[in-house]
Ligand binder design. Structure first.
Ligand code: LMR
Length: 397
């Protein structure tokens, strides 16, 4: 029965990660998969995570099941982290949270909930968007469409084109938005643009589904959540998928959450009951370890302030790498304007070179990146930026 299955190509992001790991050249530079790296090229376990983990191991007496919604304390702490303490939605009785296996799990749960509510709903994603948004949102049967987002000439958001397209959508269309550190472009909405978008979403009765996977790695913890905080304060219904992979460095622990804001407390109860049923049918219950660690960090004063300090340092490192990459690229490739690299946020930017140049960078210069030339700036080191810029100059002038 299985012998007729087609062999599929590798995943666009994980395939690059696997190929990079197989390369034994010591000069290799990994700008592929989106993980934070320090100046030694490592993805360290954060000190706060290490300590919370040790406390957890000392304290934990059982491995019995937690609950269908996961760790209630984690869910509450994640709602406060994303929305900020004292946010009106927290006390409204309209917000429910389910722990999820990573941000991916949260996106898939949200998609399934939308399908349960409106099987014909269409989800609109930005052009471009993170490659894995496509299967996560559409594999449950929802239709996907695209709206313009990125202006490659400026490296910023094509905001008028975006608003123009969204303004033509029928009511109850779902719009997938990146809260901050847009993946793959690094081009974010500013606060005024979020407010303008809010007015449009309200006027056209659209359902915002916000993906927040890099909170704290762009402008700051509160600043990166400006969009979700605003929308959850002003709209009747919002979905927010949260990932702890990057800002807690918990990648393999698959830690995330889905927040659902509904129009009434009764509708919120119905939504969470649906989500528990959906999760039960997909994977039953989420993994506990990462969520228990995050709970320990966010609810312990000392660990929280240690985590915030480490996160600040990670953000600063990314900003410094952006500035250094711009300086080196500007000096090495005089024909191209890379100024956008310093204006964009988070780990990703497009290098803006074609597939042939990407292949040459990989094969002749051991610089690994996505086929579309997305680079993870956090994969650079201060001591190889110059080499990287020289390699770019050789392939793209
Ligand atoms: C990325 O975009 O590289 C990360 O979010 C990792 C992944 O799962 O794709």
């Amino acid at each position: 029965m299985l012998e007729h299955l087609d062999r599929l190509p590798p995943d666009p992001i994980l395939g690059v990660m696997t190929a990079f790991r197989a390369d034994t050249d010591p000069r290799k530079v990994d700008l592929g998969v989106g993980v934070f790296r320090d100046d030694a090229g490592e993805t360290p376990i954060m000190r706060a995570v290490r300590e919370a983990e040790q406390e957890l191991i000392a304290r934990q007496k059982t491995k019995t099941y937690v609950a269908a919604v996961g760790n209630a304390g984690f869910n509450e702490a994640m709602a406060q982290l994303v929305l900020g303490q004292g946010h009106a939605a927290l006390a409204s009785g309209r917000l429910r949270t389910i722990q999820a296996p990573g941000g991916c799990g949260a996106l898939r749960l949200g998609a399934e909930l939308i399908r349960a509510a409106a099987p014909d709903a269409v989800v609109h994603v930005s052009t471009p968007t993170w490659a894995n948004h496509v299967p996560l949102l559409s594999n449950c049967g929802l239709k996907l469409e695209r709206y313009p987002y990125f202006n490659s000439a400026t490296g910023g958001v094509a905001f008028d084109a975006m608003l123009g397209a969204l303004d033509r959508l029928p009511p109850r269309s779902v719009v997938l938005l990146h809260a901050s550190c847009h993946n793959p472009t690094g081009a974010d909405l500013d606060d005024a643009q979020w407010r303008e978008l809010l007015a449009l979403v309200r006027r056209r009765s659209l359902l915002p589904f916000i993906d927040i996977a890099y909170q704290g790695l762009g402008r700051g913890v509160a600043e990166d959540a400006y969009g979700p905080r605003l929308f959850c304060a002003e709209l009747p219904e919002v979905l927010v998928a949260v990932s702890c992979s990057k800002n807690f460095g918990l990648y393999r622990e698959r830690t995330g959450a889905l927040h659902v804001l509904s129009a009434t407390p009764a509708a919120a109860d119905a939504a969470i009951s649906q989500l528990m049923r959906i999760a039960r049918g997909l994977y039953s219950m989420p993994p506990d370890h990462g969520a228990a660690i995050v709970h320990g960090i966010l609810t312990g004063e000392r660990l929280r302030s240690s985590w915030e300090g480490e996160l600040d340092a990670m953000r600063l490192r990314i900003q410094q790498l952006r500035a250094a990459a711009l300086k080196a690229l500007a000096a090495a490739c005089r024909a191209k304007d890379f100024g956008y690299i310093a204006r964009q946020r988070g780990m990703f930017s497009y290098l803006g070179v074609d597939l042939q140049a990407v292949r040459e960078l990989r094969e002749r210069h051991q610089v690994s990146m996505m086929d579309d030339s997305r680079i993870n700036l956090a994969g650079l080191r201060m001591d190889n930026i110059e080499c990287f810029a020289q390699a770019v100059a050789k392939v793209a002038g």
